[in-house]
Write a protein that binds this ligand. Sequence first.
Ligand code: K2U
Ligand code: ZN
Length: 180
Amino acid sequence: MSVAETETPLLPIHIVPDPVLRKVARAVTPADMEEVRGLIPAMFATMYAAPGIGLAAPQVGRLLRLVVIDLAPEKVLEPIVLINPEIIAASDETASREEGCLSLPEQYAEVTRPARVAVRYLDETGVKKEIEGEGLMAACLQHEIDHLNGVLFVDYLSALKRNMLLRKLAKEQKDKAARK
Ligand code: K2U
Ligand code: ZN
């Protein structure tokens, strides 16, 4: 653990139905970069501690188009910072996988998405990058960019399944608060 990591404070992860999770985040501008440089290590520390493999700024209450991803938190760390990410291509072929979300703790459901995506973004130094993802990376890129548009994985479920999952989450959050 570097000094920075030990001193990086964890950020509170907002939980559904917090309205911040349903808002559209605004693009990061050069004026935001000082705040973003502070937010990035705190978001990575928060994501690794959860644990998770992705985290979007709206999940920690900041409506900025900023995402951090690391698919291999337990092996060699491969941290990726995506500023103002946009999907520029998506395959017609789809893939289904069980998804979770740090903002809907302990809730899982199968989600079908394009199997491969290409994403254009700025990295933490403001350099334009492009990344292609398939498998778990494709799902994670789409899941995180959805967060920037106020979209959650439950939105891809039938109304019946979505409402069952949201009711179960609300009950579990209520029971948890009662145990405190
Ligand atoms: O809430 C989040 O955005 C973190 C998500 C990222 C994610 C969801 C579905 C599919 C890919 C990525 C997860 O909760 S991180 C937890 C996790 C860990 C390993 C595999 C899948 C999900
Ligand atoms: Zn999520």
